[in-house]
Design a protein around this ligand. Sequence first.
Ligand code: MGD
Ligand code: MGD
Ligand code: SF4
Ligand code: MO
Length: 861
Amino acid sequence: MNTTCPYCGVGCGLIAGEGTIAGDPAHPANRGRLCVKGAKLAATLDDRERLRTPMVGGRETSWSAALDAAADGFARAIAAHGPDSVAFYVSGQFLTEDYYVANKLMKGFIGSANIDTNSRLCMASAVAAHRRCFGEDLVPGIYEDFDEAELIIFAGSNAAWCHPVLFQRALAARATRGTRIVVIDPRRSATAEFADLHLAVRPRGDLALFCALLAACADRGALDRDYIARHTAGFGAALAAARQAEHGIDPAAFETLAGWVAATPRMVTAFSQGVNQSETATDAIGAILNLHLATGRIGRPGAGPFSLTGQPNAMGGREAGGLANQLAAHLGFDDPDDHATLSEFWGAPNLVRRPGLKAVDLFRAVADGKIRALWIAGTNPAESLPASLDVRDALSRCPHLVVADCWPTATTAHAHVLLPAAGWSEKDGTVTNSERMISRQRAFRPAPGAARPDWWMFAELARRLGHGAAFAWDVPAAIFREHAALSAFRNFGRRRFNIGGLAAIPDDDYDAMRPLRWPLAGDRLFAEGNFPTPDGRARFVAVSPLRHARTDFTLNTGRLRDQWHTMTRTGRVAELMAHQDAATLELAPTDAARLGVLPGDLVAAGSEGARIVFPAAISPGQCEGSVFAAIHWTAAQGSAGSVNRLTVPATDPISGQPAFKHSPVRLAAVPTLWRAIAIGRAASCAMAAGKQAVWSQALRPGGLALSRFTGFAPLAARSAVDAARWLLELPEGAEFLDYADPTRGVFRLAVLDRAGVQLLLHVAPAELALPDPEALEALFAAPQAGADPTLLLGQPARATATRGRQVCVCNAVAEPAIRAAIRAGCRSVEAIGAATGAGTGCGSCHSELKGFLRHDLVAAE
Ligand SMILES: Nc1nc2c(c(=O)[nH]1)N[C@H]1C(S)=C(S)[C@@H](COP(=O)(O)OP(=O)(O)OC[C@H]3O[C@@H](n4cnc5c(=O)[nH]c(N)nc54)[C@H](O)[C@@H]3O)O[C@H]1N2
Ligand SMILES: Nc1nc2c(c(=O)[nH]1)N[C@H]1C(S)=C(S)[C@@H](COP(=O)(O)OP(=O)(O)OC[C@H]3O[C@@H](n4cnc5c(=O)[nH]c(N)nc54)[C@H](O)[C@@H]3O)O[C@H]1N2
Ligand code: SF4
Ligand SMILES: [Mo]
């Protein structure tokens, strides 16, 4: 069955078979390709830990009782405190149909605009910039522009890891037509490894840089005066403002880039969170749009500004109007006609007239007691919002909290009413990817237990609040038809988002629907101007950079190649833990030296509200004064989760998007006394571990769990069992093999039962090496003759080559094999691929292979 990937906004098509998931060769977004996460989706179809039954107050109950309780809390709050005392907080991982129903209920029938979404954390700045410049939230480009461009600038985007299949198209363009790839990122990211030019912009320096590029194009005669004159307004002021900017970039690198930009009409600027998540994001995107308008590089083959959307349905949410400051179907609050149009279409006399609270403010209002009933679905704000400890506090104070999710999370832990949601593979609907391509997600297996889709839950809530007639759909196709009809209703060409051609699509055709892109009539927007503004002209915005106060260190946060957000899916797949198995704080070598920190040593990062101790990773790709931590790790994976305890809730004043990439932090080295590693079948980390050590735990193949500890307090133990009890919950009724050298601080423990080895633990002082996890794992595989003391050696009895850290997850190729291939003469990524298979799957490990090549070859010279 054809469906669509539940992860990133590339929106790859899939074919789901019996226990297999493969790329769909006929889907235009990926033509059969997948990245690692997509390729490992079959392994996520494991329902063991899913939420299955509705719960009220911690007790299992029926759907009708749970929905009654949910609705009752909303009805009471509305009756006593008015519609603005309730809110929904939803998700770019919703299907468009889910979004449509939730939005219609809140804005049309409850009569408040307090519905916001995690897309506020992700796309809101792009939406605001598009609306300000184009008059409507429109992404002008399509993926084919990546095939046809001659210069692709990735600004604040680590596409090699975050939009891997699209990034492959950029690499293919370079191979076939010599396209240049530029990466603008303060950090030398995996994407930067591929770049013809990496500009290590200073954090938040994008606004100044794009202003400077506009000025450079003007000076070099690279403007499209005709396009400016015919299709835009406000150029003079924008150029004057841009000339004020000081980019602060290395002059030679800037000159190179400015030369390329001036000389290359086929230019795509793809931008993502490095630009979107700052206090000046809307202006920085404005500067990108200005540059493209001024050079006429918009809506033409191979040219355009391109907002890379994060979640699979970030775009569908924007179409449905899931943000608190839009109405629906690209109808807005500013125009009274829009209000009348929507009110009539929905038959909603209560339709709200003013925007609602944006995510960060919404949770502040929960904390202040202004929001008294909140429904959260498809997102995990206790982990993903900035200052997450304050968010948790708000959740715990909310008088009525309803949460719908597929798995238990830090957010579901606070729910009064907990609803089991059907997830990807179990629910039907549509998603829209970064290039406006609408694809079907299809159910291909039953949902576990009583889990149900979100649209159904909201429709049931509506019925209980007395609005049943307007929410009486029986299938998602019916919702989709209404959504499509709304997009065309009284449109008259005013809104480019118009999929009215699908308003009468029969159920069968909806089921069989192939991907299609809007506008349905033609692909590229704005080549001939015709902007959806009153005079048809785009608006230049006069933007120039602010000066930012210098802070001690700034914390930059972002994504890892093989994980998805708060890890509810990917964290349950051992193969996806192989690339990186624990949280680290990456810092520049100079900063590490100043702090006296070696790789793996502990370093504490502190902000106003919290302090997190991380093992340090020292990275030459990190710029001085900036440290980087991944967003994914939660308390379930270790003591360093989650990083949003440290981030501050500063937002862009126009879009309300949090500045996740730039939180001020203080750093301090923490004494690193000892380390431990444990591999086991059943043990989980003990509460005491956090008082003694920084710890992490990750799944390994074969049902094993790997725990790592780095100690900052002395481990007062006389035996290995003693030591283990501080760190781990040991299985009951087992036999122990115990080796202890308390004076040196060396402890080794094997825990055995009749089935064989249960757990192996090694503790050593910081200056001694610990055994390799692979070596310990081999001991679980080997047949054991009882309590064999050689188990404590930390290596297999017969030395077998260990596999080493996996680099290519698709084809399970590890570091030693790759290094051996390089030693044997492989001099390119392709040659390594031919010799070992590494990098011949999704290609997202190419940057690492290049790193090995560079490093190993230099070392060999
Ligand atoms: N593997 C994986 N892929 C994903 C996701 C995932 O969880 N895992 N999530 C998806 C989602 S929802 C999203 S939103 C996207 C995000 O995709 P990206 O935006 O590409 O990912 P991030 O890692 O958040 O940030 C990108 C880069 O911004 C850089 N950056 C930080 N500050 C600045 C700055 O001031 N200027 C510039 N130019 N760059 C800066 C960071 O160093 C980082 O390398 O990924 C999507 N794809
Ligand atoms: N520091 C920092 N923080 C960030 C970011 C950053 O770069 N830095 N990036 C931000 C961005 S761009 C994003 S998009 C957010 C993502 O943050 P979140 O949205 O909080 O992260 P997810 O883990 O994707 O949460 C989705 C939840 O929905 C559940 N779920 C999945 N499918 C369904 C469904 O169909 N129905 C229901 N009801 N539940 C479902 C999952 O189990 C999971 O618990 O994080 C933001 N937070
Ligand atoms: S590139 Fe994105 S949509 Fe495609 S398989 Fe990977 S995660 Fe899924
Ligand atoms: Mo996102």
